[in-house]
Design a protein around this ligand. Structure first.
Ligand SMILES: O=C(O)CCC(=O)C(=O)O
Ligand SMILES: [Fe+2]
Length: 363
């Protein structure tokens, strides 16, 4: 088990990153050199005007350039989470203009957090950052951009005390998070301890700072690693590592969810687990349905629950394998083509065992 996270002031080369992080599924922090040239690092921030010294965590070196951001993005519609109001496993969300959000952001009594902003989609002509080569082998965004209107490329903006509750990322994707300004405290939990996070009814811990030991008696036993991600630093979050994130000072980050041959099997496993949960939840209806109807209903529920089902995964695999098989020279660093195709083949073999696999196109 790792107990510290490797820090690279100079970004590692791809082969080392593949060998020491992507394949063994180990986090890494990269110093500001990786992103200092980004437009967002040049224009979205300014030096901190005031700071409240606190020995408990590093101090932010920069803060959002609020007026600059307002000027360019003020009219955009954004989704904002109120960190003081829980809504089941998430925070209560509402839609505001970016301008209205900045008003709230600048008032420290509020803890509103602009989350999951599809910034690149909203402003395709404003090139504010480039995906670092280390993270460019990304099947998830490649497929989503080719076949749909959606993507998994996000911008986050929040003030002191805003936070993201305890979770693991969608379908055990990786994420990377680059901090434009502010300080983020990450508490990361290595995979394999999931039984410690649940109460008797299967509900998950929501906020790791407020866990009732009577309800979650084993949570305190969970091994965790805390890191403070400072201005300009980038964190690689591996597959299936639960985490909670707390912000200090005005914080802006850019985060992508991504997957590739190194974690596609974990993604499949996670979807299969979610599907088994869906099947259990409607098991009492099974007797009154044709087998195909039951499968279709479960697939629809899976899609509604998290935007993916077997057909989605099947199409993603087809999209990526046709690119890999086309013989085009790989332009970005990635694992050997045959190794990637073998991984796709393994996942397909498992998908083939699912009932009615040959009829997914009808779903
Ligand atoms: O920055 C945050 O508040 C949450 C980010 C996150 O959960 C992620 O990048 O996986
Ligand atoms: Fe996350």
């Amino acid at each position: 088990m790792v107990d510290t996270i490797p820090y690279y002031s100079d970004p590692p080369n791809y082969d080392d990153f593949l060998k020491h992080h992507l394949i063994p599924n180990i986090p890494a922090v990269m110093g500001p050199q990786l992103i200092d040239h980004w437009e967002a690092r040049q224009t979205w921030i300014e030096p901190v005007s005031q700071s409240t010294p606190d020995d408990a965590h590093p101090q932010p070196q920069s803060q959002p350039a609020y007026e600059y951001l307002r000027q360019y993005f003020g009219n955009a519609q954004v989704q904002v989470a109120d960190c003081d109001q829980r809504d089941f496993t998430d925070q209560k969300r509402s839609t505001l203009t970016f301008d209205a959000f900045v008003d709230l952001w600048q008032q420290s009594q509020h803890r509103y957090y602009l989350k999951d902003w599809h910034f690149v989609q909203a402003f395709p002509d404003k090139i504010m950052y480039q995906v670092p080569d280390l993270f460019a082998d990304d099947w998830m965004n490649e497929y989503w951009q080719k076949e749909t209107e959606d993507d998994y490329r996000f911008t986050y903006m929040g003030g002191d005390g805003t936070f993201t509750p305890f979770h693991a990322d969608v379908y055990r994707s990786y994420s990377w998070s680059s901090n434009i300004c502010g300080v983020k405290k990450w508490t990361l939990f290595p995979p394999g301890q999931e039984d410690l996070y649940k109460d008797k009814l299967g509900n998950m811990v929501y906020d790791i700072r407020d866990v009732d030991p009577k309800v979650f008696p084993k949570f305190a036993l969970a091994k965790r690693i805390v890191i403070y991600q400072k201005d300009g630093e980038t964190l690689f979050v591996p597959s299936g590592w639960f985490h909670q994130v707390e912000n200090f000072g005005g914080t802006i980050s850019i985060n992508h969810n991504w997957l590739n041959a190194c974690n596609i099997e974990q993604c499949y496993e996670s979807m299969a687990n979610d599907l088994r949960d869906v099947e259990r939840s409607i098991d009492d209806l099974r007797g009154g349905m044709e087998p195909m109807e039951f499968v279709t209903t479960c697939q629809q529920l899976l899609l509604a629950h998290s935007g993916w089902n077997w057909k989605t995964l099947d199409r993603l695999l087809t999209c990526i394998s046709s690119r890999l098989e086309s013989g085009m020279e790989p332009s970005l660093p990635q694992p050997p083509i045959d190794w990637q195709l073998d991984k796709i083949c393994l996942v397909r073999q498992r998908l083939c065992l699912e009932p009615f696999y040959d009829q997914y196109d009808l779903l």
